[in-house]
Ligand binder design. Structure first.
Ligand SMILES: O=C(O)[C@H](O)COP(=O)(O)O
Ligand SMILES: [Mn+2]
Ligand SMILES: [Mn+2]
Length: 564
C-alpha cells in the first residue's frame, strides 16, 4: 500500500468508485512490450514467434486470462485501418482509456475543410510571404506515423495559393515507417510536384535534407547532435555533401557504405556557383510539417527559443515566423504557433489515480521514456502530483540498437523490481523498448535476441509481483517485431531485392497485441470477457484500473475482464 490514501478526498467528478469485487492495495504492474505484436504470419521472419519466450508463452497459453486487441487505425484515432499504430497514439490510448482523433486525422480534416489556411498559425507564417521564404521541414514519407506526403503536397500548394512566392523544402528521408529505398520515389514525386508549382511562377525548390535518424528528428534528448546536423543543413546551408539536385543527393548518398534512408548523410542543394539555394534568413517563415510531436520537440526548441544552449546555432535568424503543424508540447506551449490544434486529451488515468491517493511509478529507457510519461498523460510533460509520482529514465545507448539489442531491458527491470520492493507504489508502468527499437533496424537476428531478453526480464518482474502478492497486466502498444520482412500481400512470401535477398521490414505492423492479466494477488474468478470481440488497446486502461481495485470512469472504453 502506498502513502496513506485516507488523506485524499477527491471531488465527486474525480472520485473512482471501489471495485465491487477486486480489492485495492495490491501493487499492480503494467508492462508494455513495445512493438510486440501477434502476427498472422507465424514463420521464421516473425521475431516474436521465433524467439524463445517461455514467460510470454505461459501467459498466452492461459486463454482465460490472455486475449488480443487491436492497436492500429481507428482503434487508436488514426484515419483508416490501413494506418499502423505507433507508440504515441498507443500510449495516448492506454493512458487515457479513450480513443481521440489523432494528428493524422486532425490534419486531414483541417486540409479538407480549408480551416488550416484560415487559422492563426497560418496567418502567423503568412506574414513572411511577401519578400521572404517559407521553409517546410519534415519527414518525406507516406508512412502516416509522423507525416504524410499527401498532406505536405496540399500544404505547399495551399501556401502558394495563399500568396507564398518562395518555398524551400528541407526533407528528412524515412526508411523506418516505409521500406528502405522508398526515398527515391518520394523525392522524385516531390520534384515533379514542385515543378508544377514553378510552372505557375512560384520559386519552389528542395534545399536540404538527410536521414531522419541522423538529421533533425531526435527525441527525448537522446542525441542533440542529430538536431545540430539538421540546423546546419536547413538553416546555415552547411553539410558534408552538396548537390545541385535532390534526386542525385539521395541516389549518390545511398551508395555510401552501410547507407540507408533512416541514416542518410546530411546534404545541401546548391546552385551552379555552389551557393546554397535555401538557407533560413531573417524574416523567413519556418513550418515543421510533421504532426507527431516526439521527434519535433528538440528542433522546435532550436527555432523557438532565443536562449538556447543545446548546441551552437552559430546564427539565429531574427524575426522568424515559426510554426509547427501541431503544438508539440501542450505544457511548454511549444511551439506557440501551430497550424492545427492537437487532440485535447483530458482526465487521463494517471490524474484520476493520483487524485484518489494512489502512488505511481513509471519507468523506461530514453527511447520510450516520453511514452510512459508525456504521451501516457495525454501529451503533458511533468507530474500531476510529484508527491505521488516517480518517473525514472534509464539512459538509452547511442549506438544502433541492433548492435546492443538488449538495450536497457535489464536495467529497467532492476529499477522496476526495486520500486516494487519499496512498497511505495500502487501502480507501476514499465515499457520495454527493445522489440520496437531493434525491430526498426530491420535485423531479424537482433530482434529475436531483443524479444528473448524481454521475456527473461518479464519473468523476473512477474515473479517479484507474485512474491509480493501483487497483480499484473502485460500488453503491447502496436506490432513491429512480429514481422521483419516485406511480404507479397497475397502469398505472404518474403519479397526479395535484385540480388535475391529478403527485403527487411523496419516499420510497425497492423497486428493485434496481447493483453494478459495475472498475479498471485488476482482473484481466481477474474477472467477475460468474451463479449468484446472488437476491443482495442484503449480498453487496457479500465482493465488495470479494475486490477487496482477501482471501477473505471464511465466514459472510458470497457474493461476486458469479468469477475463473476
Ligand atoms: O519514431 C519512430 O521511431 C517511428 O517512426 C515510430 O516508432 P514509435 O511509434 O514506436 O516510436
Ligand atoms: Mn511503440
Ligand atoms: Mn516504433
Amino acid at each position: 500500500m502506498s502513502a496513506d490514501m485516507a488523506d485524499v478526498n477527491p471531488s465527486s467528478e474525480w472520485k473512482l468508485k471501489p471495485h465491487p469485487v477486486l480489492p485495492s492495495g495490491k501493487p499492480c504492474v503494467v508492462c508494455i512490450l513495445d512493438g510486440f505484436g501477434e502476427n498472422k504470419y507465424k514463420d521464421e521472419y516473425n521475431a516474436v514467434h521465433s524467439a524463445r519466450t517461455p514467460n510470454v508463452d505461459k501467459l498466452r497459453e492461459n486463454a482465460e486470462r490472455c486475449r488480443f486487441v487491436q492497436a492500429h487505425g481507428t482503434w487508436v484515432g488514426l484515419p483508416s485501418n490501413d494506418d499502423m499504430g505507433n507508440s504515441e497514439v498507443g500510449h495516448n490510448a492506454i493512458g487515457s482509456g479513450k480513443v481521440y482523433k489523432q494528428g493524422a486525422s486532425l490534419v486531414d480534416a483541417a486540409l479538407e475543410s480549408g480551416d488550416l489556411f484560415k487559422g492563426d498559425g497560418f496567418a502567423h507564417v503568412k506574414q513572411a510571404f511577401e519578400g521572404h521564404t517559407l521553409h517546410l521541414i519534415g519527414l518525406l514519407s507516406n508512412g502516416g506515423v509522423h507525416a504524410r506526403y499527401e498532406q505536405l503536397k496540399q500544404l505547399f500548394q495551399g501556401a502558394y495559393e495563399h500568396g507564398a512566392k518562395r518555398i524551400r523544402l528541407h526533407i528528412l528521408t524515412d526508411g523506418r515507417d516505409v521500406p528502405d529505398g522508398s526515398s527515391i520515389e518520394f523525392v522524385g514525386q516531390l520534384e515533379k510536384d514542385l515543378e508544377q508549382l514553378r510552372a505557375k511562377g512560384c520559386d519552389a525548390l528542395i534545399a536540404s535534407g538527410g536521414g531522419r535518424m541522423h538529421v533533425t528528428m531526435d527525441r527525448y534528448e537522446a542525441d542533440w547532435e542529430i538536431v545540430e546536423r539538421g540546423w546546419k543543413a536547413h538553416v546555415l546551408g552547411e553539410a558534408p555533401h552538396t548537390f545541385t539536385k535532390a534526386l542525385d543527393a539521395v541516389t549518390e548518398l545511398r551508395k555510401l557504405p552501410k547507407a540507408n534512408d533512416q541514416y542518410l548523410e546530411p546534404f545541401v542543394i546548391v546552385d551552379g556557383e555552389g551557393k546554397a539555394v535555401g538557407t533560413v534568413q531573417d524574416g523567413d517563415a519556418v513550418v515543421l510539417f510533421n504532426y507527431r510531436s516526439d521527434r519535433m520537440v528538440e528542433i522546435s526548441k532550436a527555432f523557438e527559443y532565443e536562449n538556447f544552449s543545446a548546441f551552437d546555432r552559430v546564427r539565429y535568424p531574427k524575426d522568424l515566423k515559426f510554426a509547427g503543424m501541431l503544438q508539440y508540447d501542450g505544457d511548454l506551449k511549444l511551439p506557440k504557433n501551430y497550424l492545427v490544434p492537437p487532440p485535447f486529451i483530458e482526465r487521463t488515468s494517471g490524474e484520476y489515480m493520483v487524485k484518489n491517493g494512489l502512488s505511481i511509478f513509471a519507468c523506461s529507457e530514453t527511447q520510450k521514456f516520453g511514452h510512459v510519461t508525456f504521451f501516457w498523460n495525454g501529451n503533458r510533460s511533468g507530474y500531476f502530483d510529484e508527491k505521488r509520482e516517480t518517473y525514472v529514465e534509464i539512459p538509452s545507448d547511442k549506438c544502433p540498437f541492433n548492435e546492443k539489442p538488449d538495450m536497457k531491458t535489464r536495467e529497467i527491470t532492476e529499477a522496476g523490481i526495486a520500486a516494487l520492493k519499496s512498497g511505495k507504489y500502487d501502480l507501476l508502468r514499465i515499457n520495454y523498448a527493445s522489440p520496437d527499437m531493434v525491430g526498426h533496424t530491420g535485423s531479424l537476428e537482433a530482434t529475436i535476441r531483443a524479444c528473448e531478453t524481454c521475456d527473461e526480464c518479464l519473468g523476473e518482474l512477474l515473479a517479484e509481483v507474485d512474491k509480493l502478492g501483487g497483480v499484473y497486466l502485460v500488453c503491447s502498444d502496436h506490432g513491429n517485431a512480429d514481422d521483419m520482412v516485406q511480404r507479397n500481400k497475397k502469398t505472404g512470401q518474403p519479397l526479395q531485392d535484385a540480388n535475391g535477398v529478403n527485403m527487411a521490414l523496419t516499420s510497425h505492423t497492423l497486428a493485434p497485441v496481447m493483453v494478459a492479466v495475472g498475479g498471485a494477488g488476482l482473484k481466481d474468478s477474474v477472467k477475460m470477457r468474451d463479449d468484446l470481440p472488437e476491443a482495442g488497446i484503449a480498453s487496457i486502461t479500465a482493465t488495470f484500473i479494475n486490477l487496482c481495485g477501482y471501477e473505471a470512469p464511465s466514459d472510458y472504453c470497457p474493461t476486458l475482464i469479468k469477475t463473476d
